[in-house]
Design a protein around this ligand. Structure first.
Ligand code: ADP
Ligand code: MG
Length: 328
């Protein structure tokens, strides 16, 4: 459905994309995950034909984007990072304008009514775009992307700047669109791809460092649990006993705490649920747990883990890290 082969993009001497290749199959919802500046927007703008690559090929539905940009664009609905909405138009005027711009041939009234209903924007169709909340403006941007009913939808950071309720609504909407579209969305939020996507492409500094099923990444992340635990007991003794507990890979005194107790960061061995043994040990010492919170993994920790695993895999196959000496 979408083929990206060896795409390189330079902005002057900045390498925004460094030999990126991947495929997205029909019906998939794929998340493009990476920190700010990783190259997500650059990749999306290249797939949608709004930006040309320095080298490499991109095709959408078998159509080469560089060679036939107009044909490719007809098959893609795109929500850019900053959707170009005309503030002084009503939603309906705007959608009619986009309908003409895209030279859409579907029945105008029925089609626009349908996409308004899909994105739940029918109730604001006569309002000026400039007067809508950010959440509704984002919905209108998605409605615009749906004009012409393209099979591929591309959303660049669709939930940035929204409040938590709006974020949930937009994620639900994207999940629903995923039932009959191929979707790529970008985000710098790990939980966002976990909750919406079938597959995750992780990009860092212009390089694709992982291409995995979401379930596999979630398992890897979940199996390397860290907890924040507040214990009422003597700091040094608690730390020593936590470190000695089987199943604990490491424990640190965070220095935080209050009259209730001291806060420790505890990392469990992979695949071990350390909560029960920790509870039993602390209870036997008469040091009650006042709080226990899974810390999860930050995006940075996931990057470190994945790059580490990638290097180990390469090392075990005898592949040397390019530019390195193979040692770690
Ligand atoms: P992301 O969307 O993941 O935050 P971008 O694709 O916007 O990342 O940017 C990737 C890299 O390219 C960054 O280092 C950014 O500063 C640089 N970059 C993006 N657009 C331009 C541009 N028009 N001119 C020069 N550098 C750019
Ligand atoms: Mg971006």
């Amino acid at each position: 459905m979408i083929e990206v082969r060896n795409v390189i993009k330079y902005y002057g001497n900045v390498t925004a994309l460094d030999d990126v290749s991947f495929t997205v199959n029909e019906g998939e919802i794929v998340g493009f995950l990476g920190p700010n500046g990783a190259g997500k927007s650059t990749m999306m703008n290249i797939i949608t034909g709004y930006l040309s690559s320095t080298s490499g090929d991109v095709s959408v539905c078998g159509i080469d984007v560089l060679e036939y940009p107009d044909e490719a664009k007809k098959r893609i609905g795109f929500l850019p990072e900053q959707p170009p909405l005309y503030r002084e138009m009503t939603v309906l005027e705007y959608l009619n304008f986009v309908y003409d711009l895209k030279k859409c041939t579907l029945d105008r009234k029925a089609h626009i009514a349908e996409i308004l209903s899909v994105t739940k924007t029918a109730d604001v169709k006569d309002r000026l775009i400039g007067n809508l909340s950010k959440g509704y403006r984002q919905r209108v941007g998605i409605t615009e992307a749906l004009v012409g009913n393209p099979p591929v939808m591309i959303f660049d950071e669709p939930t940035v700047g929204l409040d938590p309720k709006q974020i949930i609504e937009i994620r639900n909407l994207i999940r629903n669109l995923g039932k009959n579209h191929t979707v790529i969305l970008s985000t710098h939020i790990l939980t966002e791809v976990q909750s919406v996507c079938d597959r995750i492409l992780i990009i860092n500094e212009g390089r694709l460092i992982a291409d995995e099923k979401t379930a596999d990444i979630s398992r890897a992340v979940g199996s390397n649990r860290t907890y924040s635990v507040k214990v009422s007991g003597p700091r040094r003794d608690v730390l020593r006993e936590l470190r000695a507990l089987p199943g604990v890979k490491g424990a640190e005194d965070t220095g935080d705490g209050d009259s209730d107790g001291a806060v420790f960061a505890v990392e469990a061995d992979r695949g071990v649920d350390v909560r029960r043994p920790m509870f039993n040990m602390l209870a036997s010492k008469g040091w009650p747990i006042m709080e226990l919170t899974p810390r999860g993994m930050s995006l940075e920790e996931v990057f470190v883990m994945i790059t580490d695993e990638d290097e180990k895999r390469r090392a075990s196959r005898g592949v040397k890290k390019t530019g390195g000496d193979g040692k770690r």
